[in-house]
Design a protein around this ligand. Structure first.
Ligand SMILES: NC(=O)c1ccc[n+]([C@@H]2O[C@H](COP(=O)([O-])OP(=O)(O)OC[C@H]3O[C@@H](n4cnc5c(N)ncnc54)[C@H](O)[C@@H]3O)[C@@H](O)[C@H]2O)c1
Length: 357
């Protein structure tokens, strides 16, 4: 079992994590308990959770549909409505049982209900275990833009039970690995080398614990994203633009898939800015291409992607501010990049596929 202290709360990782949740509920008396899940975690994870934590037998379950489309104001309203109809008071607790969609939506809903309800994250996808459930960023997509509306809100605790991953579809396992490779790439050369050189299936609990430890170390230094924490956005400026544009189309990307494409394109920006060498660019791209097999980009005019990037929270006064690697294992934030350089980086991405045909 791994215990990691974060700003004001504890993250428990391991086979006994749900016992930790049980003990937490026995110690902290709440007036009522709510569990937010989507249709898949309701089926695959809720029964185990309730068997492990007897106190949850009385909890009210709030079910949302699965997928990114549920990370919306409409579903936030559904959560708030259920809390209100059931008379949830300030001493109620919301438990977010699901992937990053559930923890982002649930955390945000809890943060605005009566100006702040306690909530706990019990992540069930690899992406949520390794990344989204910790760090206090919550929110929903709005007006077709990822995470446009949100709040910083810390959970009371996070309980990570890797056994939940047994039912996670393989595409979502790979999706979660993307954020793990990202954290290694921006902050820890040794971890990157371990990932790069692994020959057998890695132990998921170890990967999660390392990723959470590294993210937590960065967030502790800059909880509100004013400086250092921005390095975690590597791959996300381009990634979010692609994810938003392709949302609800037949080329829809999972978050991690968009971030992989974003990391390749942004690495080329880093190379253009002479921050990384050609050798580093080649290494990053070949490791990501080999492990994630990202798709060729669908026919999207770069202008449209650039227009979407202008809505990114990191864009200030019309300037694109990127977080870019300066070598493998280190990253710089607030790097000013021109539209021309972005276009060139997209051409580079497409050329990786042209070379193969
Ligand atoms: N707040 C943050 O710091 C942060 C960081 C990274 C990503 N995110 C956000 O996280 C979201 C993506 O999270 P995600 O990839 O977990 O997506 P998700 O929540 O949609 O979960 C992925 C899919 O797996 C299913 N699922 C989850 N756990 C399961 C299990 N144990 N068994 C079977 N099915 C299961 C879900 O129902 C869903 O269909 C994005 O909206 C992204 O913006 C937030």
């Amino acid at each position: 079992m791994t215990l990691i202290k974060s700003g004001g709360y504890q993250i428990t990782i391991g086979k006994k994590a749900l016992n930790g949740l049980s003990a937490y509920l026995a110690k902290n008396r709440y007036s009522s308990l709510y569990i937010l899940c989507d249709e898949n975690t309701l089926q695959c994870c809720l029964p185990t959770l309730v068997i492990s934590c007897k106190a949850l037998a009385q909890a009210q379950v709030i079910e949302i549909e699965s997928g990114e489309s549920a990370k919306s104001m409409a579903f936030c309203a559904q959560v708030l409505q259920t809390l209100a109809e059931n008379g949830a008071d300030k001493k109620a607790l919301l438990i977010n049982l699901g992937g990053g969609v559930v923890s982002d939506l649930g955390g945000f809903s809890a943060s605005v209900y009566k100006r702040g309800l306690h909530f706990i994250n019990v992540p069930t996808s690899l992406l949520a275990m390794a990344d989204a459930s910790v760090g206090g960023k919550t929110g929903v997509d709005f007006a077709g833009i990822k995470n446009l509306v949100g709040a910083f809100a810390q959970p009371q605790a996070v309980f990570i039970y890797p056994e939940f991953l047994k039912t996670l579809p393989q595409r979502h396992v790979v999706n979660g690995l993307a954020e793990i490779y990202k954290i290694a790439l921006v902050s820890d050369l040794k971890f990157w080398n371990e990932l790069k050189n692994q020959t057998k299936k890695p132990d998921q609990e170890t990967l999660i614990a390392k990723s959470v430890f590294l993210k937590n170390k960065i967030v502790a230094k800059d909880p509100f994203d004013k400086g250092l924490r921005k390095i975690l956005n590597f791959g996300h400026t381009i990634g979010h633009a692609l994810e938003s544009l392709l949302l609800e189309t037949e080329s829809e990307l999972l978050h991690g898939e968009a971030v992989v494409q974003g990391m390749i394109i942004e690495s080329h920006l880093s190379f253009q800015k002479k921050l990384i060498s050609k050798a580093d660019l080649s290494e990053i791209c070949s490791v990501l291409l080999y492990n994630f097999k990202p798709q060729r980009l669908p026919d999207l005019p770069v202008e449209k992607i650039i227009a979407m990037m202008r809505n990114d929270k990191k864009t200030k006064a019309g300037k694109f501010n990127f977080s870019l690697p300066v070598k493998i294992g280190a990253c710089r934030f607030d790097v000013d990049v021109s539209e021309q350089q972005v276009k060139k980086a997209f051409l580079y991405y497409q050329s990786l596929y042209n070379d193969k045909t």
